[in-house]
Design a protein around this ligand. Structure first.
Ligand SMILES: NC(=O)c1ccc[n+]([C@@H]2O[C@H](COP(=O)([O-])OP(=O)(O)OC[C@H]3O[C@@H](n4cnc5c(N)ncnc54)[C@H](OP(=O)(O)O)[C@@H]3O)[C@@H](O)[C@H]2O)c1
Length: 317
């Protein structure tokens, strides 16, 4: 039977917003579990979604919100630890155990889980990738016979509201003429957020995806330097992007990792030691042809003048 109501953890975020939009347009009722229902009220109204809140790290609280749903989607993830209780282990591993437990309590038989490309419990190059790998394994193994789990492992995701182009656009905006870039040769296959959302939508009711992991990549591979130069050109910032060698890259991570919000940390540096590109792109198995940056970013920006481009790209959903 097709899912008619799903509970989405992280449904208010970048990927979540696009996913809720696609599911809602296909008649699926989305229940967004959020810490800040007042902040995302407009979103819920626009997308005809339900908002619920509660204790994230309490499986009974989660189960109460899951109870009349057909499936659960977990999109919650963090890019950095905060030195307090926001740790990779807590968000990427312990939370998955709680979600699986809550699914079992509520009789949920379907779970879609967001991981990351090259997440690997044993060999991931960063704590982020190792914890994502461990959480993904737990979802599949602990979900066991009672829950059909599908996980997705994307490269970097772009689109209106993303934290990739937007982050570099704001850094470029406030930088002097020369922009020093750590790990310039790290490679990515950026994916359009609408394609990632489509992968979740297609998998939701498809039994062939049960128990599977899907690596997701865009059609083109770029170095980080190429992407930052593209960002500067697209948003109209005249900057010379200078790639740093390994030692200055580490030094930059040490310094920026101590600033509020940690714009770039040592763990991010370690993640960038693994190229974020696919050996086998899972989009093919899902029947999706991923779209390119060149076809989507200019469309998102429309014909606005350069000055307005950043704001327009940032806000558009
Ligand atoms: N974006 C990418 O390029 C990319 C690439 C690979 C994998 N991923 C994975 O995809 C998933 C979604 O990514 P995204 O970019 O959409 O993330 P996002 O915009 O940061 O959204 C994630 C949501 O998780 C919740 N959340 C975040 N930090 C939290 C915290 N400390 N405590 C409780 N809830 C918290 C927030 O919901 P509320 O504020 O409403 O509570 C937020 O809306 C993540 O698992 C991420 O690791 C993303």
């Amino acid at each position: 039977m097709a899912a008619s109501r799903v509970c989405i953890l992280g449904g208010s975020g970048f990927v979540g917003t696009h996913l809720v939009s696609q599911l809602s347009s296909r008649g699926v009722v989305c229940r967004i579990f959020t810490r800040h229902p007042h902040r995302v009220r407009n979103l819920a109204v626009n997308l005809a979604a339900e908002l619920v809140t509660g204790e994230l790290f309490d499986s009974q609280s989660l189960a109460n919100h899951f109870s009349d749903c057909d499936a659960v989607i977990n999109l919650i993830g963090i890019l950095n630890e905060d030195g307090k209780d926001q740790t990779f282990r807590r968000f990427h591993v312990d939370l998955v155990d709680l979600i699986v437990d809550a699914c079992n309590r509520a009789g949920i038989a379907r779970l879609l889980h967001m991981s990351a490309l090259h997440a690997d419990e044993a060999r991931g190059s960063s704590l982020y990738l190792r914890s994502k790998g461990e959480g993904e394994n737990r979802a599949h193994t602990h979900g066991g016979a009672s829950i059909a789990v599908t996980s997705f492992r994307p490269s970097v995701i772009f689109g209106p509201g993303d934290s990739f182009f937007n982050r570099f656009a704001s850094l470029l905006k406030f930088s002097p003429l020369v922009f020093p870039l750590a790990c310039p040769d790290a490679r990515f296959a950026p994916i359009y957020v609408g394609d990632v959302a489509e992968a979740f939508v297609r998998a939701l009711d498809d039994r062939h995806t049960y128990g599977k992991h899907y690596d997701l990549c865009g059609p083109d591979i770029y170095s980080l330097k190429e992407l930052v130069e593209y960002t500067a050109r697209t948003f109209g910032y005249r900057r010379l992007v200078v790639g740093l060698g390994d030692l200055p890259s580490r030094l930059q991570a040490q310094i920026l990792g101590r600033l509020p919000g940690r714009p770039f940390s040592m763990d991010n540096y370690f993640s960038l030691q693994t190229d974020s590109i696919c050996e086998k792109n899972g989009f093919a198995a899902l029947g999706i042809e991923p779209r390119s940056i060149a076809s989507m970013v200019p469309r998102a920006l429309g014909n606005e003048g350069y000055r307005n481009r950043f704001d327009r790209y940032r806000k558009l959903v």
